[in-house]
Design a binder for this molecule. Structure first.
Ligand SMILES: NC(=O)c1ccc[n+]([C@@H]2O[C@H](COP(=O)([O-])OP(=O)(O)OC[C@H]3O[C@@H](n4cnc5c(N)ncnc54)[C@H](O)[C@@H]3O)[C@@H](O)[C@H]2O)c1
Length: 359
């Protein structure tokens, strides 16, 4: 049997499959992974001006959105492909799926291709927990969670690992989702209260996380439900025409955002005037702007998810898989021996060859 020319070593890109991502996360433990990932995200927020930033490129359709989220520093370029389809779940598909790439800026070659569905849940939660460290009231232990779908458990674990939350109040319009989350989280040692309404779930909570999925301007929280001294971690309002909070809550809150040009279009603040004051989180993390000032303030993290968080996550995974078996080499890049002879490589691959495989 004639041997076909083998790809050169430069052709191979480390690929982290879903299976390997789960092995990597489980090898560290979810909370340890979230804690370490948060240090990468915080480090990147603290060097915010070094990044090439742009709002994500979104392609909207009737049922959902498909987005590309690019960013780069001097060394690496990263992007994520991600969708958001709130109706998916009823058809047996996930609302959010994703994958991403990290590349070398020096030569443009990808250095990592990774699943990012699991990683997005982790990076979203790590960002929320990290922001909670700056904004949640001191000594907060009780979190209300409205929306108990795919993101829910990750958020809970991040708030425990990073902020000390150990009691959860859960509510979802679908009791089966609450049951699933309660089962998963009770097994992780949380004290759980299942609630029958949004009004009930916020009682006694110092942190409120909203992570619902609905392709409309919903009102999962109304103004009368939010007392002073609360931190709201609003995850689910992340597209034009897709919000979770009543506008009056926003007017009573100090609002913290990732990247204003994107959040003003996609976040809760799309309901406000384009010049409504917001605080950028990178400045809070650099101690150039205040986080929580006092125990009575209502703070709101208007989370939409920004490309730098995905970049940090890819950077973290890239560092973490070195010298492990949690990736496969993927023959992704055409790399002819003579860089200008791409055509010759194609033709040689099409005919029987005696060439010995390269090591
Ligand atoms: N900000 C970010 O960085 C970021 C990242 C990932 C996902 N998201 C968003 O987070 C949201 C949740 O994502 P998911 O993957 O968990 O979705 P999911 O579909 O798995 O879960 C959403 C849950 O919300 C519930 N729900 C819908 N309307 C509700 C309401 N009015 N009150 C209570 N519960 C309600 C649904 O029954 C479902 O269980 C989505 O909107 C998604 O786009 C944001």
């Amino acid at each position: 049997m004639p041997l076909r020319p083998q790809p050169s070593p430069l052709a191979y890109v480390p690929f982290v499959s879903v299976d390997n991502m789960m092995r990597l996360v489980n090898s560290l433990g979810v909370e340890a992974f979230l804690t370490e990932l948060a240090t990468y995200i915080e480090a990147d927020f603290r060097r915010w001006p070094e990044f090439d930033k742009t709002p994500r490129v979104a392609s909207h359709s009737r049922d959902g959105v498909i987005e590309l989220m690019p960013t780069a520093d001097a060394e690496n370029y990263g992007f994520k492909y991600v969708n958001g389809h709130p109706k998916n779940m009823r058809a047996g598909y996930q609302t959010v799926t994703a994958f991403g790439v990290l590349s070398s800026v020096a030569n443009g070659y990808p250095i990592l291709l990774s699943e990012m569905t699991v990683l997005t849940a982790l990076r979203t939660a790590a960002t929320s927990g990290l922001v909670g460290r700056y904004l949640a009231p001191e000594g907060a232990r009780v979190m209300a969670m409205i929306g108990n779908g795919a993101q829910c458990e990750f958020q809970a674990l991040a708030f425990r690992a990073l902020c000390g939350i150990d009691r959860l109040r859960l509510y979802d319009i679908d009791p089966a989702a609450t049951e699933k989350a309660a089962r998963n989280l009770a097994a992780q040692g949380f004290q759980i209260t299942r609630c029958g309404s949004a009004q009930e779930v916020v009682e006694g909570a110092q942190v409120i996380t909203t992570c619902t999925a609905d392709k409309q301007c919903a009102t999962v929280l109304t103004d009368n439900m939010v007392g002073s001294g609360i931190h709201i971690n609003a995850i689910g309002g992340d597209c034009p025409g897709k919000t979770e909070l009543h506008r009056d809550i926003l007017l009573r809150s100090d609002i913290f955002v990732e990247y204003p040009p994107q959040t003003r279009v996609e976040g809760e603040i799309q309901q406000l005037a384009p010049d409504h004051p917001v605080q950028e989180l990178w400045q809070v993390m650099r101690a150039e702007a205040p986080g929580r000032r006092d125990g009575r303030q209502i703070t709101l993290f208007d989370s939409v998810g920004f490309a730098i968080e995905d970049f940090s996550a890819l950077r973290f995974v890239h560092d973490r898989i070195q010298d492990t078996e949690f990736f496969e080499p993927l023959d992704l890049l055409a790399d002819p021996d003579d860089p200008r002879d791409l055509y010759g490589m194609l033709i040689r691959a099409g005919r029987p060859s005696e060439a010995a495989p390269k090591p």
